[in-house]
Write a protein that binds this ligand. Sequence first.
Ligand code: SF4
Length: 194
Amino acid sequence: MSKRVGVFVCECGTNIASVVDTVRVAEEAGKFPGVAFATTYKYMCSDPGQELIRKSIEEQKLEQVVVASCSPRMHEKTFRRAVAAGGINPYLFEMVNIREQDSWVHTDREQATRKAIDLVKMGVSKVLRNQPLQISTIPVTRKALVIGGGIAGMQAALDIAEGGYQVILVEREASIGGKMTQLDKTFPTMDCAA
Ligand code: SF4
C-alpha cells in the first residue's frame, strides 16, 4: 500500500476557519500514518487552491489526496479534476466535509476542531484503501423491466413509458393493483381505491 497522502484543509474564508482551527487540523493530519504532507488554504476550490494541490502532488510525490472542505456535492468534481491534473487517478481522492457537517453546525471551537481531526483521519484511512478506477462506457438496452404491478410498479412503469421507453411490467398475480385493490376507499380524498 502506497503511503504518501496529501491533506489539504480548506478555510472557506471564515466559513470553516471561524469555528474550526484549520491549522491544528493540518498539523494533526500531518502525524497520521501515511500522510506525507498537510496544509491549509483560504479557498481550496479557487484556481490558486487547485494549483496548490496540483503542484504539491508533483513536489511532494503524493499518491493519494484528501481535501477537507465542504460537501462533495459542491466540489468533488473540481478536486477530482485537480488531482487528475497532478497525475493521480481521480479516485485516489477523498473529500471530507468539515463545513456543512462541522463548522456550520457547531459553535464550540475545541469540539468542532476535534471532530474535523477525526473526519480527516477517517478520510485518510479510506483513501489509503481506495483503488484506482477507470471510467468506461457500456451499451445498454433502452428498455425497462418493472417487477411488481402494485401502485409503485405501475407508477414507475408509467413514468418510464412517458419518458419514451418501452416498459415490460411483470406481475405474479392474475391482475395488477397490488394491495390497493384490497382497499375500499383511501384517505384523505376518500377516492375509491380501485
Ligand atoms: S472548497 Fe468548499 S469549503 Fe473550500 S472555499 Fe471552496 S466552497 Fe468553501
